[in-house]
Design a binder for this molecule. Structure first.
Ligand code: FAD
Length: 426
């Protein structure tokens, strides 16, 4: 379709977070199979080994089952020093109750990682960065890393990349800049980043006696909170909060509201702290002749598994570029359907999170859910449908549409109906 890549062409990837490194790794694997020779450059100014915000692409750091499988397709298996904790259960903290949901299947492995060198204050030493590991893997396989910020991309028959020191003509630009910095693309590209929401995060030493394989989830308090998660990461625990209109001191309000002060003393225990943006929509005009956006800069999964979406968008964009072409029409044909599919799946996710919100508001609904999850504890893992739905929602390990179908299947509705009847007889 129109313009195509040929031997000797240069591909410039802007951003060396997961989407940028996945794009480079996919390119290098696929051109090898096709017997092509292309120059692959990644522009990334950050040193991912630095603790604190300077070296970090700020996130909770849960790696989904799907992503772990996808990494294997690139012959990447995360080394032990990158994996901080193996997560085997989620405990869901409600007003009066705690629901524990075990991993539905030992095959459903999920792990926690640090994106940079760990918290700014690091009493147990710095840690090995996931983003740094992926970027090094891309460079070891043939990508050239330019340690510089791209300050502008202009157009002169091809995209021209500008850093403070140099200019590079590109045959194809892959935009992987996420949503936490301004896009360097000039107005002529017409790119508009996705809608975002603001989250709050901090890190603490893992309190003594806390299981290191269990994520804790909290809801409703402080006002506006959609969910709060406490994620063990080696010797530390990460707090990530998503909410509407959360105050600047949301982390301390959250700790106080859930009476966690003793374990997580804000004044002496807080080790980091940031308020990053999370993408919640689709970018406008996210591809054109000789350029395409991937990862958060294009679209991501709602609230969960953003790194997994960085993988799938990078894979599809690269496959399109190599097999269909690099014109706007080629990306519309080969790449846009995947992005639209993610948007559609997110709509199912929105309905599921709304239903969960309703459940939290109405005591009767909550008592039905708690009853049903408890009754599933005696069933074989394969029959714990409702636990599996919650596990999928909170870990991002399954498409929302699949979870939605499970929720409205016979196997889910009949036990729910029985649980409602039992609750009414109490
Ligand atoms: C609080 C929070 C918690 C989250 N938790 C999870 C989770 O547990 N699991 C999960 O899978 N996802 C999670 N996400 C989502 C996840 O962080 C993103 O989906 C993921 O980082 C997207 O990767 P990316 O490469 O597209 O963007 P980023 O990770 O943002 O990477 C963009 C890169 O581009 C570089 N860059 C930017 N501008 C330029 C420029 N002009 N020139 C050169 N380089 C540039 C940046 O330095 C950065 O390295 C979370 C997000 C937030 C905010």
């Amino acid at each position: 379709m129109g313009i195509r890549l040929s031997d000797g062409d240069r591909i410039c990837i802007i951003g060396g977070g997961p989407a940028g490194s996945f794009a480079a790794l996919q390119l290098l694997a696929q051109i090898d199979q096709l017997g092509m020779r292309l120059e692959v450059m990644i522009f990334e100014p950050r040193d991912f080994s630095i603790p604190g915000s300077g070296g970090c692409n700020r996130c909770a750091g849960i790696i989904s089952t799907r992503l772990i499988h996808n990494l294997e397709s690139l012959e990447i298996s995360l080394p032990d020093d990158v994996i901080q904790s193996e997560i085997r259960a989620y405990s869901i903290h409600l007003n009066q109750e705690i629901m524990k949901i075990d991993r539905p299947d030992p095959e459903y492995r999920i792990v926690s990682i640090y994106r940079g060198g760990g918290p700014r204050l690091h009493p147990f030493g710095p840690v090995t960065s996931f983003d740094g590991y992926l970027l090094s893997a891309a460079c070891a396989r043939g990508a050239e890393r330019i340690k510089a910020r791209v300050i502008a991309v202009t157009w002169d028959r091809k995209p021209i990349i500008h850093t403070a020191q140099n200019r590079f003509a590109a045959d194809l630009v892959i935009l992987a800049t996420g949503v936490n910095s301004r896009s360097p693309l000039g107005d002529e590209f017409g790119y508009q980043p996705p809608r975002t929401e603001i989250m709050a995060q901090d890190e603490f030493p893992l309190p003594e006696g806390w299981p290191s394989d269990q994520v804790r989830s909290y809801f409703q308090k402080p006002p506006g909170l959609v969910f709060g998660a406490l994620i063990p990461k080696g010797s530390y625990v990460n707090i990530s909060l998503l909410g509407r209109g959360l105050a600047a001191d949301a982390i301390s309000d959250f700790i106080e509201a859930h009476e966690l002060n003793e374990d997580l003393p804000v004044s002496s225990g807080s080790l980091c702290g940031c308020t990053p943006r999370i993408a919640v929509g689709l970018a406008k005009r996210y591809f054109g002749d000789r350029w395409v956006a991937v990862g958060d800069a294009a679209v991501t999964r709602l609230y969960k598994d953003g790194i997994g979406a960085a993988f799938s968008t990078a894979e599809k964009a690269v496959h399109t570029a190599l097999t269909v072409g690099i014109s706007e029409a080629a990306f519309r044909k080969g790449y846009r359907p995947l992005c639209k599919e993610i948007v559609k799946d997110n709509n199912y996710g929105r309905i599921l999170f709304r239903l969960w919100d309703l459940t939290l508001r109405f005591r009767v609904l909550m008592s039905v859910w708690v009853g049903i999850i408890k009754s599933e504890e005696d069933l074989p893992r394969s029959q714990r449908i409702h636990s599996r739905i919650l596990w999928g929602m909170f870990t991002g390990s399954e498409p929302y549409r699949q979870l939605f179908r499970k929720l409205f299947s016979k196997g889910s509705i009949i036990p729910l109906y029985r649980s409602v009847k039992k609750d009414r007889l109490k």
